[in-house]
Write a protein that binds this ligand. Structure first.
Ligand code: PGA
Length: 252
């Protein structure tokens, strides 16, 4: 299976010209990397233009956030339907930086359903803000998973991509230890399975699990080897031409 790399540009870069340059660097690296599947999540204002000038198939586009409603009076927001119509294949849902601004588990649940209904892959971000000594974070993660999967029909379980991003590792100097991610991947799979305990026929649950938080060229390889993940969701290291090229080359 190909390694998934989601490039979360967040509110960068400043201009369309710079966005085109960053995209071109990403594209060039991606075209050389046979085993890497690259998803770029630019600021929504740049998506249409970048999408229109890209004719290849190697890179997929994602929205960074969008509302479940198809339209309405929501000043400043965009809809999942608009993300789809602008040429995206996926949408990030429940990123920690959105949850910090008030996005709830209930919002996440509605967005996952809307994304699936519009044929977009939901990339659901989950992660605890801190860890205590008694494994409380596992209960917290279980709660986020239950919310995200409630209403997802059995046949669509494997279409939901789960990005585990401990909030304390986002923007931090170092990522989580890969062995802890390994443990978390097993837990996430189990927690998803538990959501479907009452169903008669559950297919083999094989969710795509990503890790995110402080990954760069130095840490990507070991996280892929030891973290039991299908790929990475990367912020800072995806936002500069040099670092994204190096990161993609390292992953291939
Ligand atoms: P970071 O961000 O790679 O800059 O830590 C990750 C994220 O927020 O998705």
């Amino acid at each position: 299976m190909k390694t998934v790399l989601v490039c979360n540009w967040k509110m960068n870069p400043g201009t369309l010209k710079e966005a085109k340059e960053l995209f071109d660097a990403t594209r060039k690296a991606a075209e050389k990397a046979k085993n890497v599947s690259v998803v770029v999540a630019p600021p929504s204002i740049f998506i249409s233009e970048l999408r229109a000038r890209y004719k290849g198939k190697k890179i997929m586009f994602a929205g960074q956030s969008a509302r479940a409603e198809d339209g309405g009076s929501y000043t400043g927001d965009i809809s999942i339907l608009q993300v789809k119509k602008s040429g995206c294949d996926a949408v990030l849902i429940g990123h920690a930086e959105r949850r910090a601004q008030g996005e709830t588990d209930d919002n996440v649940q509605k967005k996952v359903i809307a994304a699936l209904n519009h044929g977009l892959s939901p990339i659901v971000c989950i992660g605890e803000s801190m860890r205590g000594n008694h494994g409380e974070h596992f209960d917290f993660i279980r709660g986020q998973i239950r919310a995200a999967f409630s209403g997802v029909p059995v046949g669509k379980i494997n279409k939901v991509i789960v990005a585990y991003e401990p909030v304390w590792a986002i923007g931090a100097p170092e990522p989580m230890a890969p062995r802890d991610m390994h443990e978390m991947s097993i837990f996430i799979r189990k927690a998803i399975t538990e959501c479907y305990e009452m169903e008669m026929k559950v297919p083999r649950i094989a969710p795509v699990i990503l890790y995110g938080g402080a990954i760069d060229v130095a840490t990507a390889g070991v996280m892929m080897r030891e973290g039991e993940v299908a790929g990475l969701l990367v912020g800072r290291a995806s936002q500069k031409k040099e670092t994204v090229s190096a990161l993609i080359a390292a992953l291939s």
